[in-house]
Design a protein around this ligand. Structure first.
Ligand SMILES: [Zn+2]
Length: 296
């Protein structure tokens, strides 16, 4: 893996200076966004252009905070952001495809339920954008966004930058900006460059799916020491040929082989027993099947 270069410095006016616009050497008059040391712009012919600390060791914090500042500025200077598709638990099709979010105003470091959101975009509705430059969003923060009910998106700026560096285009801040605003800029916004932390659409859909799902009974049998679990009345056409037979009326699916991993499975319902001083699920008794329910 290549070493990530420092491509953003802080100018004397406190504004960010991408390497593309910096003058060569100490004439760039820039400082490290992490440690504040003076930077010298290396704009030679051999190596990719980057900033180096002048007379001081490199600091990893500089790259991170530089990327963070840069990404915030990118969001501020644009007015349209590509959002990734909204996916539903276990389903491969999405509820909503990649779409554009138009906004007219941004604010940075906004307090939401005791946490600080990196950027808040104001469009028709609000959108929280978290910028991942080192660690991911912690789950407490994620839950705060859920409670606030605001759609929240995490963009993995570090992964986007790393990809660019691996393509030997690390100094290309224009392309970096384009990819940040386009959610990675390829794969039509697949989850590799971030994810939805919270999207109300997804939850509405999951809720509806659960409400409209059918509970199918699971029958257990034992034959020569082997246990069999069958989900009775599986509606999948592929399973319709397994019907009738000895004791089974109607179609069935093998609960463990077929239902687990089936995109229509909403939940396995277990019988609970008081085991080891606690209620423990011991045997599957039914399957919540979303076959007839809402589909995207
Ligand atoms: Zn530094």
């Amino acid at each position: 893996m290549r070493k990530l270069p420092l491509i953003v410095g802080i100018g004397e006016d406190g504004k960010i200076v991408p390497i593309r616009r910096a003058k060569s050497g100490l004439k760039c008059r820039c400082f490290c966004p992490g440690c504040g040391a003076a930077l010298s712009a290396k704009k030679g012919k051999v190596n990719a252009h980057h900033f180096a600390h002048h007379g001081a060791g490199e600091c990893p914090g500089g790259i991170e905070s530089g990327l963070h500042r840069f990404a915030k500025a990118v969001l501020h200077h644009h007015s349209c952001l590509l959002m990734p598709p909204v996916l539903v638990h276990q389903l491969t099709r999405h509820v909503r495809g990649p779409s554009l979010f138009k906004y007219h105003k941004t604010s940075e470091e906004v307090g939401i339920k005791g946490f600080v959101a990196d950027v808040l975009l104001y469009g028709k509705e609000k959108l929280v954008v978290e910028l991942k430059v080192s660690h991911a969003v912690d789950s407490l923060k994620e839950r705060a966004f859920i409670r606030a009910g605001i759609p929240s998106l995490e963009i993995d700026v570090l992964a986007i930058f790393r990809e660019l560096v691996n393509e030997s285009r690390g100094q290309d801040t224009k392309e970096l900006a384009r990819r940040i605003i386009n959610f990675g800029g390829r794969d039509r916004g697949r989850a590799v460059h971030g994810r939805w932390l919270f999207n109300p659409l997804q939850h509405q859909f999951e809720y509806r799916r659960r409400k409209t799902s059918k509970q199918l009974k699971v029958k257990h049998s034992e034959w020569r020491g082997y246990h069999h679990f069958r989900t009775i009345g599986c509606p999948c056409p592929r399973r319709q040929r397994f019907h009738g037979g000895d004791n089974w009326s109607g179609s069935y699916a093998r609960t463990y082989q077929d239902c687990i991993g089936c995109p229509h499975l909403v939940e396995m319902v277990y019988d609970n027993a008081w085991v080891g001083y606690q209620w423990t699920p011991v045997r599957v008794k039914a399957v919540l099947c979303g076959w007839s329910g809402a589909t995207p």
